[in-house]
Design a binder for this molecule. Structure first.
Ligand SMILES: Cc1ncc(COP(=O)(O)O)c(C=O)c1O
Length: 428
């Protein structure tokens, strides 16, 4: 395994990219994915795993098994299926815990992302007249902004005076870590919650969750993170970072299919806190009593107690196929390769780019994962479309950002080489 990043040693040539692939211990994982092809049969250069990950080969079999068990067992599949449906989500708990650096009691797979964010804020955003503000990024994903705004409104507060939206300094594109901490300090006793994406969806900037959680706690606030762009991307340590809650989706780096299920982390210290308000559903109830159909809610300790509904088994089966790959490869190894892939992409783009664009993702590897955000100076939408027509796939976000993310699970150094070459051909 190559484990040092020395941009000076990189070369803008195909043989060099292929040598990096030969030395890549994770290269075999690419075969576990279905890579779409162009009309003339060439594999796409797929750099959009930060938007929708590719399909693991195993997904079809895992979903088929559930279809077969349904056909064979009907309702009895809940206990007679090869992987009984009643406890199916538990098959994912330990893997999810290892993925995000948590204890099993702290994680659960359930619902979808924005739903989980609301459920977490029901419990962890409890504003008072004195302490009510929420810190978020000014360029947060719109759904996150709608969620915090609507939570403020729900509690009778005006989002305009409740939501503190952090902006980069004039002329800069990303937030300075010290400015985030200072904003927390400044809001002090009026701050109820810090709710950031741990990797900003637009800029690809990763935040230091431990520093932010510690600072939030020091002023008496709580810290929650949206890991939509961090889960399956960064090597996370949610428990040790002491964050109060986190939520993530599984259709991006976690490759479980469009609109798939989400994850949720609740720190162990909140596991048995029955004083927390929550919106409850029968799947969060004490498992032993779930089928006694009683009227009183008795939450399962830990994250599982926030479940509402019995989960969709086909979608869990798809996620299981992908999570097994993450578990086998190991997030530390994936991140090591991811850092190298991203650095190689950065190097090549800088070589080919000229004046046509600006890379706005931080160069510091501790402040980014696999995504590079490229601010295009003219006709950004057309540029991304032109690349797409050649089977070079990345995405565009308004107003002028092209996002490219080489996913260490299936992207090769050769992919990165071809991506940058295609960009170079279009800019020249
Ligand atoms: C940072 C972030 N938050 C929220 C969402 C919305 O996710 P969902 O539609 O799964 O609720 C996304 C989706 O891309 C996202 O990237």
């Amino acid at each position: 395994m190559i484990n040092t990043i020395n941009q000076l040693a990189f070369k803008n040539d195909l043989d060099f990219a292929r040598t990096l692939d030969k030395n890549d211990e994770l290269a075999e994982y690419r075969k576990q994915f279905l890579i779409p092809k162009t009309k003339d049969g060439k594999e796409w250069i797929y750099m959009a795993g930060n938007s929708l990950g590719l399909q693991p080969v195993q997904v079809r079999q895992y979903i088929s098994e559930e279809l077969d068990d349904w056909a064979t067992h009907g309702v009895e599949g809940h206990w007679l299926a090869k992987h009984p449906w009643l406890p199916y989500h538990e098959n994912l708990t330990e893997m999810a815990a290892r993925l995000v650096g948590a204890k099993p009691i702290e994680v659960v797979i359930m619902n979808t992302l924005t739903v989980n964010l609301h459920l977490m804020m029901v419990s962890f955003y409890r504003p008072t007249k004195e302490r009510y503000k929420i810190i978020i990024e000014a360029d947060a994903f719109p759904s996150d902004r709608y969620a915090v705004d609507s939570q403020a409104t729900f509690h009778g507060f005006d989002p305009k005076t409740t939501i503190v939206a952090l902006k980069p300094r004039e002329g800069e594109f990303t937030l300075r870590p010290e400015d985030i901490l200072q904003a927390i300090e400044k809001e002090g006793s009026s701050l109820a919650l810090v709710m950031l994406g741990n990797v900003n969806y637009l800029t690809g900037q990763a935040f230091n969750m431990k520093a932010i959680a510690d600072k939030a706690h020091s002023v008496g606030a709580l810290a929650g993170f949206n890991l939509a762009h961090g889960a399956g991307n960064l090597h996370l340590k949610l428990h040790d970072d002491d964050v109060d809650f986190a939520v993530w989706c599984s259709y991006k780096y976690l490759n479980s299919g469009p609109g798939s299920l989400a994850g949720c982390f609740v720190h162990e210290r909140h596991s048995n806190d029955t004083s927390l308000p929550r919106f409850a559903g029968w799947w969060g109830n004490n498992k032993a009593a779930r089928f006694q159909m009683g009227p009183n809610f008795d939450p399962i300790p830990g994250a599982e107690g926030w479940q509402l509904s019995n989960p969709p088994i086909f979608q869990l089966a798809a996620l299981r196929a992908s999570m097994e790959l993450f578990d086998k490869a190991g997030m530390a190894n994936l991140r090591r390769k991811g850092d190298l892939l991203t650095a190689y992409l950065e190097y090549l783009l800088t070589e080919v780019g000229g004046d046509f664009f600006k890379l706005i993702t931080p160069q510091d590897v501790t402040q980014r994962g696999s995504q590079l955000s490229i601010k295009l100076k003219s006709q950004p939408k057309d540029f991304v479309k032109l690349l797409g027509e050649r089977g070079v796939i990345c995405d565009f976000r308004e107003p002028d950002i092209m996002r490219a993310a080489p996913a260490p699970m299936y992207n090769s150094f050769e992919d990165v080489y071809h991506f940058a070459k295609a960009v170079g051909e279009h800019v020249s």
